[in-house]
Design a protein around this ligand. Structure first.
Ligand SMILES: Cc1cc2nc3c(=O)[nH]c(=O)nc-3n(C[C@H](O)[C@H](O)[C@H](O)COP(=O)(O)O)c2cc1C
Length: 217
C-alpha cells in the first residue's frame, strides 16, 4: 500500500484501526491483541509526522491497545519488549492520561490499571492542547533498576532511561501513523505534579518523556 498524499497531514489510503469497541473506563481495562492492518513499515515511515491537533473522539479499545503494545508491549516468549532497553533493565512504566483518569500499563497482563480518577491530562504537558488530547502517555523511569551501577554514573542513569523511552515513543508514533492516527513526542511535562499525583518518590522516579495520541481532526 503506497500513500500518495504524504505531506498533506493524514493519508486516506492508510486504514484506520477497527473502532468497533469503545473502551469502558473501569478500574482494570483488559486490552486486546494488537491488530495487524497490513500497512508496511515504509508506508508508516513516510506518513509519520508530529500531530498536535486531534479529533475530540475517544480512542477505541483497539487503538489504545495497539499504541501501548507498540510502545512497550511484550513481543517474545521471554517477556522482552517491542522496544529495546539498555542493559535489558526495562526501567519504564507507561502511564496513560485520559479524561476519565490515569492508568498504568501492565505489559505482562496486557491491562491498564487505574491509579488516579479524574482528568489530569493538563499536568502531562506544558502546551494548552495537551489538556484535551484524547490520550497522553507519560514515561516514568524507576532509576532503582540501575542500582548496580556506581553512583558517579547518576547522570547516565537518567540518560539511559530517556533513551529507552525514545525507542518506545517512536514505536508508538509509527503505529499511530500506520493506523491513520496522530501522535507527537513531547519532552515537556510537569514532572513534580506528575510524581506527586502518582505518589512516586522524586529521589527514585523520574519522568523522561511524554507523548500525545489521538485521531486525526
Ligand atoms: C525528544 C523530543 C522532544 C519533543 N518535545 C516536544 C514538545 O514538548 N512539544 C511538541 O509540541 N513537540 C515536541 N517534539 C516534536 C518536535 O517538535 C518535532 O519532532 C519536530 O518539530 C519535527 O517535526 P516532525 O516530528 O513533524 O518531523 C519533540 C520531539 C522530540 C524528538
Amino acid at each position: 500500500m503506497v500513500c500518495t498524499a504524504l505531506t498533506l497531514g493524514g493519508c486516506d489510503q492508510l486504514p484506520k484501526t477497527d473502532d468497533s469497541q469503545s473502551m469502558k473506563m473501569e478500574q482494570t481495562i483488559s486490552l486486546v491483541q494488537p491488530v495487524d492492518n497490513g500497512v508496511t513499515l515504509m508506508a508508516a515511515l513516510k506518513e509519520r509526522q508530529s500531530v498536535r491537533e486531534f479529533s475530540a473522539e475517544a480512542l477505541s479499545l483497539e487503538q489504545v491497545s495497539g499504541v501501548l503494545w507498540a510502545a512497550y508491549g511484550i513481543n517474545r516468549e521471554d517477556g522482552k519488549r517491542t522496544a529495546p532497553s539498555a542493559l535489558a533493565l526495562y526501567p519504564l512504566t507507561v502511564y496513560a492520561f485520559f479524561a476519565e483518569g490515569v492508568y498504568s500499563y501492565n505489559p505482562a497482563e496486557n491491562t491498564l490499571n487505574r491509579v488516579a480518577e479524574g482528568d489530569h491530562r493538563a499536568i502531562s504537558g506544558m502546551q494548552d492542547w495537551v489538556a484535551t488530547a484524547p490520550m497522553n502517555l507519560v514515561y516514568v523511569a524507576d532509576l532503582g533498576v540501575y542500582s548496580q551501577m556506581p553512583p558517579y554514573l547518576e547522570d547516565v542513569k537518567r540518560l539511559l532511561a530517556a533513551q529507552d523511552a525514545a525507542c518506545c515513543v517512536e514505536n508508538a508514533n509509527l503505529w499511530a501513523a500506520a493506523n491513520n492516527m496522530g501522535a507527537v513526542t513531547r519532552g515537556s511535562f510537569k514532572e513534580p505534579e506528575i510524581l506527586s499525583l502518582l505518589g512516586l518518590d522524586a529521589e527514585r522516579y523520574t519522568v523522561v518523556l511524554a507523548q500525545s495520541v489521538g485521531n486525526l481532526k
